[in-house]
Design a protein around this ligand. Structure first.
Ligand SMILES: [Zn+2]
Ligand SMILES: [Zn+2]
Length: 240
């Protein structure tokens, strides 16, 4: 698929939204080659479960966290380190409402998921939901927007209503990873189990941070009968 086909629905001649240079493919993509080249891909080897990259070479094995407390999802993968220009791009979407970013983010996610090495069966896409108060504040759920674009490119269904966030995320600052996970327990729920029973679900989000949110979402989806859960995010924060 060409850039043009992929972004056909969003087409407007565009300049790079990060630097103002001409966008890729004669302005059909709102990012330039230089900026795209500065995104830092998440490196391998990485934990096959949560995608955390390991320092140095070596065989892939579960990271300490996944060994100690395995997540309910089967795999999580992010394209880029949440730093520099990749972070700037997410900020344009998340905090400045720049929807032109969606064509870039969805296209790159689509390329990743279609890559032969990663191709896996997915029945349904599910964005990480926002609480109604958060939605009122921001006006949109960026994870939903990304998931909608990706679902379109993949020609797969998306569920936007049956995984819900019933409570706002309590303050997570100063908590350990384990405490964060406990802290977030019970804030997501599934309102209709039939939607996910026996399905391979792809959870979509913009950024993977501690994994507490995705773990919580995956937990309720597994309980609702999803047989496989993969997580795909555009960027992830790197462990210090
Ligand atoms: Zn640029
Ligand atoms: Zn892991």
């Amino acid at each position: 698929m060409s850039f043009l086909q992929a972004v056909g629905d969003f087409f407007l001649p565009q300049v790079c939204l990060l630097c103002g240079a001409e966008g890729l493919d004669a302005g059909r993509f709102p990012i330039c080659e230089t900026c795209l080249g500065e995104f830092l891909p998440v490196t391998r080897p990485a934990c096959p479960r949560c995608g955390a990259p390991f320092k140095g070479a070596g065989v892939s094995h579960l990271c300490g966290e996944c060994r100690q407390d395995p997540p309910s999802f089967d795999s999580a993968w992010s394209l880029f380190s949440y730093t520099g220009k990749a972070r700037d791009l997410v900020h344009h979407l998340k905090f400045h409402g720049n929807l032109a970013t969606l064509s870039v983010i969805a296209f790159l996610l689509h390329e990743e998921i279609e890559a032969p090495a990663l191709a896996r069966k997915v029945d349904i896409l599910v964005p990480v939901p926002m609480h109604v108060n958060g939605l009122k504040r921001r006006g949109y759920n960026q994870a939903l927007l990304v998931a909608e674009c990706l679902a379109k490119l993949l020609n797969l269904p998306l569920d936007r209503t049956h995984l819900v966030k019933t409570k706002e995320t309590p303050p997570q600052i100063g908590l350990t990873r384990a405490q964060r996970r406990r802290n977030i327990q019970g804030i997501f729920s599934v309102t209709n189990r039939d939607v996910f029973r026996g399905k391979a679900v792809l959870i979509v989000d913009d950024v993977y941070t501690t994994g507490a949110t995705t773990r919580a979402c995956a937990g309720v989806l597994k309980k609702a009968g999803a047989y496989r859960i993969d997580v795909l995010t555009f960027a992830r924060t790197m462990p210090e």
